[in-house]
Design a protein around this ligand. Structure first.
Ligand code: GLC
Length: 425
């Protein structure tokens, strides 16, 4: 298969709008696209790709996958290892590129010009040994969501700036509200399930408490230290007090469910929850604001884990040319703008942060540019092929601490040994 005509045309077109894809197609392909189901992404997909389908004559079927990125990764790795040709495109997490690179088509040449409009660090994260294995469609950096009405009612004029303050405020507001009969209200909801999302949350507690980033960019295993232990000890007090016991099984969508029905004072979640929280069916519409996550007491730098999603084309697809064209469209300004407006996803195209329509529809987006630019990456670059195992060891250790099975000191001492074994240090 060759990518000649279309790629030549695309290289000459700086603006990748659906119209740029027109009249380059000979036969109609049916593209199968797999994606995790979080928020409204699946239901909005048909409208998102309709202009591309119309311009090219190709069609796309989206196959919804579990919301958990850990579960998606496990399934995709099996399919790809088996050389599955039924799936043309994968929506991929920012952390997966080094581990799945061999199974994906290199798009560096086709997408070279488009990529100059994206933040270079994100393009870099999807580049493995010089091959651009996935094109960015949105980036992610979490927020602390808080109920402006409840803070005001209970006499607070600002959201908490430390985790300790958050703990106290959440408890005080929860107690006062329950005394008034608001029995379903919880102080703080977050992602406590044993999966990749807990790696993100716990990295934030640890990093913002001066405890490093699990494995440093130079490969040093740093997680077993007093600041990290203290951060986990505080988090371990939350389930059953300011957070429901069930938080130990929560992913993003469970936290959003509690929040959006009006039953939480604070929530840690990604920007997708912003637009949905302001939807007509949301009990918290107009009653909340976002700020950066707190810091550990005595530390002044907040930490947001860098997330984000991309599209990759399978090497085993028979429709690579059409799939690459769709990847270009989804990573381009038209689709990213639509996703920003409809799903409050953060664009990876720099100029969209100055777009007036986006700012009007989703004020969190321009407000969040600096937060994402300073976001902390998970250690997928220094651990490459081992990242999934590293993260699994980390979130399993953290889960044993927050569920009260193990002390933070023991869990992190054991984790350090396990990481040394795994990474052969
Ligand atoms: C969000 C992030 C992704 C992360 C996941 C964890 O989807 O964008 O990078 O791995 O949450 O649950």
């Amino acid at each position: 298969m060759t990518i000649s005509l279309k790629s030549a045309l695309l290289r000459t077109s700086a603006v990748v709008s659906a119209a740029a894809f027109a009249a380059t197609t000979v036969a109609a392909d049916e593209i199968t696209y797999v994606s995790g189901a979080t928020g409204a992404a699946i239901e909005n997909f048909a409208a998102l790709v309709a202009p591309w389908e119309e311009a090219t004559g190709h069609t796309v079927t989206i196959v919804p996958m579990p919301s958990s990125t850990t579960d998606q990764f496990g399934q995709y790795r099996l399919w790809l290892a088996a050389g599955n040709g039924d799936i043309d495109m994968y929506q991929t997490d920012v952390i997966w590129a080094p581990q799945l690179a061999d199974h994906f088509v290199d798009m560096s040449e086709v997408a070279g010009e488009l990529m100059t409009t994206h933040f270079p660090s994100i393009v870099e994260s999807q580049t493995v040994d010089g091959r651009l294995v996935a094109l960015p469609i949105f980036t992610d950096a979490p927020a602390l969501y808080y109920r402006t009405d409840l803070l005001e009612k209970h006499g607070y004029d600002a959201p908490p700036s430390t985790w300790e303050e958050l703990t106290e405020m959440a408890q005080a507001i929860q107690d006062a509200e329950r005394a008034e009969g608001n029995n379903d209200l919880w102080g703080f909801v977050w992602q406590g399930n044993s999966y990749e999302g807990l790696t993100c949350d716990a990295l934030e507690w640890v990093k913002s408490s001066g405890g490093g980033q699990i494995i440093e960019p130079d490969g040093t295993i740093s997680i077993n230290n007093p600041n990290a232990i203290a951060a986990l000890e505080l988090a371990a007090t939350w389930p059953g007090t300011i957070s429901p016991e069930g938080v130990l099984a929560y992913q993003e969508e469970e936290a959003r469910g509690v929040w959006q029905t009006g039953n939480a004072v604070f929530m840690r979640n990604w920007p997708y929850a912003y637009g949905l929280g302001n939807g007509d069916d949301s009990a918290v519409k107009g009653l909340f604001a976002v700020t950066t996550l707190p810091t550990g007491q005595g530390h002044d730098t907040s930490a947001a884990t860098l997330g984000g999603w991309n599209v990759a084309v399978s090497k085993y697809s028979d429709s690579q040319e059409a799939a690459i064209s769709l990847a270009m469209y989804l990573a381009g300004p038209e689709a990213q703008k639509q996703r920003a407006i409809n799903e409050s996803n953060l664009p990876t195209i720099m100029s969209l942060y100055d777009d007036a329509d986006i700012a009007a529809a989703q004020p969190i987006i321009p407000q969040w540019k600096d937060v994402f630019l300073q976001a902390v990456p998970r250690p997928s670059a220094p651990t490459r092929q081992d990242y999934n195992e590293v993260s699994t060891l980390f979130f399993t250790a953290v889960h044993s601490v927050i569920s009260g099975e193990e002390s933070a000191a023991d869990a992190l001492a054991d984790l350090e040994v396990d990481l040394e074994d795994l990474l052969d240090k």
